[in-house]
Design a protein around this ligand. Sequence first.
Ligand SMILES: [Fe+2]
Length: 452
Amino acid sequence: MPFLGIRFKLSFVSFLLVTAVIAVSSVAVMGIMDRFLLGELVKRGTSLSRGAANTAAFGLLAHDRLVVDNLVAKLKERQPDVLYVAAVDHDGIITAHSDLRKNGARYEQKAPAKVISRDVDGTMVTLDSRGGRDIYEFSTPIRFAARKIGSLHLTIDGVTLVDARGDARRMVALASGLILVVAVLASYYLAGFFTTPIKKLQEGVSQLRSGKYQGALTVKLHDELGELTSNFNQMAQVIVQQQDKLEEYAHGLEESYLATVKILATSIDARDDYTLRHSTRVAALSVMLGQQLGLHTEELRDLEVAALVHDLGKIRIPDKVLKKAAPLNEEELEMVRLHTRHGAEILSHSRALQRFVPAVLYHHEWYDGQGYPEGLKGAEIPLFAKIIAIADAYDAMTTSRPYRSGLPAAIAINEITRYSGSQFEPALVDLFVRSLGQPNHAIPQLMLRLSA
Ligand SMILES: [Fe+2]
């Protein structure tokens, strides 16, 4: 489901509420207008009927048909929605009718469908339906000296009322539409008034989370949102200060960690004058191979540290064995072989260095399983251990000792290649040889800069 913002939701809810209010109001207004328009029609019709009845009274009394005819004709002529006007005498005979053909006939008054009103003076308003149209009939008694001498009947076409109601409905609909549009725009604007500070807060939280906090948010409102923004600013300040402190601590820890590694590496090399800086060179060669493998920076750094401390366990081997010029007997060889376990055991005491245990413990394992301490083979041997094994062997062969010169690089490479598949992993050997064989191959600058 797509993300819907608070502003949209607020605007939508406001739209629904406004629509509901407008719908209810429109129905109520149209009901009132309907009653008002009907009331106006009744008033007008009653007034016309009464006036005509009063005038007709003299004509009927004087038996002056001309007066009554004239009255009926004028009335019909002046009021376009009047269907007919009829003056009826006491006997129910039409004395004058706007339709002259009906003069002299008996006035037939049908039973109306609905009586709308009846006045104290006797005017009755009824509603009937003829041919699908509403017809309003106004019947007023014609009196003279409180004596009824006839009646006047006037009918008005209800289509006028229908048209007036239609006009009124259109006006109400138009007004409702305009109100709705204005209300929607206003609610959208008002929603923005509330959501803008929330959006700013959200941006502030995102900045804090991503470590790109750009300073305190401006507090424009003096309400709950303003207070929330102000509290956020205080909280953000505390977090930023704590982050700075954490960075300081992390920096200090990093320095302590590097110092520890440097001390360890220096201690290892110091045990044996003849292999001075052996650890540093193994680290550089390992990183070179790691780069060829495409390891990323963090992995290369770990590889460098692992290589620097790979022979850490040798500090537990007595000098008489470690520095013995003559070939070692089996017992002495076993003591030397234990340096992998010693190194792993020493590193396991430090939480920061524990992750280098596998590389240190297995850097004398052989690809074919003939190595020590556990006889792992192939993929069982950790990658860092296999890399360090190649770099360690190459450096040991090419470094000069007081009692022998180091082998030329080409011979050392031949030796490494000869043991590809038995002591070393073939793919790594190929990569190592290829990178050493490249013209102007560069031994990478170590990140820990131990040689500095
Ligand atoms: Fe070793």
